[in-house]
Design a protein around this ligand. Structure first.
Ligand code: NCD
Length: 673
């Protein structure tokens, strides 16, 4: 039995209480209530009417990371409400230094206080502590994950300055990968119908799990934009536009179609920027290669102030600032970050008051509701892909649980960690009683839902892991060969012919293969071009929700470290083996767009199955194969399966999961990757 069987954890399963862990824990109506209450407190929060509002209450602040504003404004707020505050001046001087778990600390401190305000350097640590605390817990920042109370201050400031939220356009700049304030803010902006321009520093782009959540929960999609006029203000010249309005779907077709380009350009040319939200580089969180500053980190200075276009654009920052905003902005009416910090007191007073008055217990309806949850039935199995997630750093205080999304890239099964929100793709699934496994694809969705409901689902990172746990592969029905080696060769040649016809500038051409098979097909196409034209073409690979997260990297055998690829203004050919629903391509496009705006993106696939749910149309197709949705199509390449010849096969699985007998037969089915 795994650690999840420990009956002492998840104490709050028994205790009904309301925590604030992510911004999704508050409904729109509650946020508005907080704002109206904050209005009555005045900027310093010293309205006489509330001096006794929390006089019987004690708040504990547990800050495992440095803080000035968040901690002091919480403490000031509680005192202004007549309550008292207990605190550990430095968590390193608490029992943490003696090795106490965060679960025990939370449990103990919740018997000394009526509410806990916690900041921690691990993603998801505040949720883990809330699970063990008997009193409400407020997240004051957990690793790179979220910082919901900062978002309340940010939204309040924006609304006060602009008189509304809906329809505003806000640019978010800087370290969007690690900056937790950005993550909570972007979800909240989407909820209130704000258009968002993303100006990420290089290698510090908004994570794919955030982008996909924005899409799933609020129907926001991204469009890559060339914004030359932004160059006056910030160094980076490409932006992505996050918007709920329809034309963003056009961004999926970037075949340099002039009409579409014009429509996309129109979309941004009329934009009026209401605010720039600037954030510092989170050097304490990034890996070294992420934190190198090549002088292109978005910064706001005199140029920005001079630009007519920004004459009514306010500049916000959660603070502390390092050098992203020049001191000259402090003197300008548009620099409102000190006011934003001051609002921390009335906003946190209003929040505390509402939490003590018991916020209605109903959860807001904004986020994906009712997603099935998965907890491992096996002692080992999938773990969260985020190495800073509390489930990895302190597993004894958590019970790894994942929300299950059936519509991931590559027809994949996606698990989203309940603690840190990171998503990763499951390749292999198993049925626990019959001890059978197979690779996942969309045809198995119903089966997997049933296994989940029956607590029979097991997930594995590899075939090796499944087999080590005593699982055997499912049997497959008869296989039909669809293409043999020479047909695959011909199909690739045909695609290359087309590419040669369409390409004027080979020096800039970039093939991006979708890992794993797309990369090998891209390599073969590039080798053909080299043979036929004597020109080397660069090949890169893209991986979505892989063990290293989402990556777009240059393929280079000499270096083990992934090196970034420049896609800006280049004609890109995205390559995959099979296109089925089109979701993989859509996710791959957003990973590409985040790293720069290519001149065009064309799509080459060896096989088009024609079940597309997303409006992407391949430009180059080796073979159209209108196969039944229940059938599995598998491309075998000699580079992947050593000793095998290239071929494409089609087959069905024999009733997975409903035979509860462990079968002694060996199956012919090998897993797909
Ligand atoms: C932010 C934080 O801690 O995430 N600061 C804050 O709470 N005002 C931003 C930062 O540290 O950069």
């Amino acid at each position: 039995m795994g650690p999840c069987a420990d009956p002492t954890i998840r104490r709050n399963d028994l205790v009904k209480k309301r925590d604030l862990i992510t911004i999704a824990d508050l409904s729109d109506q509650e946020i508005e209530q907080i704002f109206s209450l904050a209005d009555t407190f005045g900027i310093r929060g010293n309205a006489a009417s509330q001096r006794k509002a929390c006089s019987e209450k004690i708040m504990a602040t547990l800050f495992y990371e440095p803080s000035t504003r968040t901690r002091l404004s919480f403490e000031s707020s509680m005192q202004r409400l007549g309550g008292s505050v207990i605190s550990c001046p430095d968590m390193q001087s608490s029992s943490t230094a003696k090795g106490e778990s965060i679960a025990d600390t939370a449990r103990v401190v919740s018997s000394y206080a009526d509410i806990l305000v916690i900041r921690h350097h691990w993603d998801g640590a505040v949720r883990a502590m809330a699970e063990h605390a008997d009193v409400p817990v407020i997240n004051a920042g957990d690793g790179s994950h979220e910082h919901p109370t900062q978002t309340l201050c940010d939204l309040y400031t924006l609304q006060k300055e602009k008189g509304k939220l809906k329809g505003l356009t806000v640019a978010i700049c800087g370290d969007l990968k690690h900056g937790r304030t950005n993550h909570s803010l972007v979800y909240a902006l989407a909820r209130f119908g704000v258009h968002v321009i993303i100006l990420a520093a290089r290698n510090l782009e908004l994570p794919q799990y955030v982008i996909e959540r924005l899409h799933a929960d609020f129907h926001y999609s991204i469009a890559p934009m060339a914004m030359d006029d932004i160059r006056a203000a910030v160094q980076s010249t490409d932006a992505i536009y996050l918007t709920p309005s329809q034309p963003h779907q056009l961004a999926l077709f970037t075949q340099a179609d002039p009409e579409i380009q014009t429509r996309l350009q129109k979309l941004v040319s009329g934009l009026k920027f209401d605010a720039f939200y600037v954030t510092r580089q989170q050097k304490e969180r990034g890996k070294q290669e992420d934190t190198r500053d090549n002088g292109d980190y978005p910064r706001i200075g005199e140029n920005f102030l001079k630009e007519r276009r920004f004459k009514d654009t306010v500049i916000m920052h959660p603070l502390p600032r390092v050098d992203e905003i020049s001191r000259v902005v402090d003197m300008d009416r548009r620099g409102i970050y000190f006011k934003q910090a001051a609002y921390g007191v009335p906003i946190r007073m209003a929040l505390l008051k509402l939490m003590f008055d018991r916020l209605e217990t109903a959860k807001p309806k904004t986020m994906q509701q009712g997603l099935p949850r998965y907890e491992s039935t096996e002692p080992i199995g999938s773990q969260c892909s985020n190495s800073n997630c509390v489930t990895r750093t302190e597993s004894s205080s958590t019970r790894p649980t994942f929300e299950v999304l059936f519509n991931g890239p590559g027809s994949g099964l996606i698990l989203r960690c309940l603690y840190c929100d990171h998503q990763f793709k499951v390749h292999f699934i198993g049925h626990a009683t019959s001890c059978r496994y197979c690779s996942y694809d969309t045809t198995l969705e119903e089966t997997v839902r049933k296994w989940l409901a029956d607590r029979e689902l097991a997930v594995f990172e590899s075939i090796k892991q499944a087999e080590e746990l005593g699982y055997e592969p499912y049997k497959s029905g008869p296989q039909r060969n669809i293409m043999d080696e020479s047909e695959i060769g011909k199909a690739i040649d045909q695609m290359v012919d087309q590419v040669l016809k369409d390409t004027e500038n080979f020096d800039r051409l970039l093939f991006i293969g979708i890992r794993t098979k797309g990369v090998f097909i891209a390599n073969r196409m590039a080798a053909q071009i080299q043979r036929r034209q004597g020109r080397a073409v660069e090949v890169a690979e893209i991986e979505i929700y892989g063990p290293r997260g989402d990556t777009l990297r240059r393929l280079s055998s000499s270096s083990l470290e992934p090196s970034p690829v420049n896609v800006k203004d280049r004609p890109v050919i995205l390559v995959d083996d099979v296109i089925n629903t089109g979701r993989t391509v859509k996710s791959a496009l957003s990973v590409i767009f985040k790293s720069g705006r290519p001149q065009s993106v064309r799509l080459a696939v060896l096989i088009d199955r024609g079940h597309r749910e997303v409006p992407v149309k391949p430009n180059y197709v080796g073979k159209h194969l209108p196969s039944s949705e229940r059938e599995r199509v598998r491309v075998k390449l000699r580079e992947v399966e050593k000793g095998e010849r290239d071929k494409v096969v089609i087959y069905s699985l024999i009733s997975p999961g409903f035979s509860h007998q462990r079968s002694a037969h060996n199956s012919h089915l090998r897993a797909e990757d």
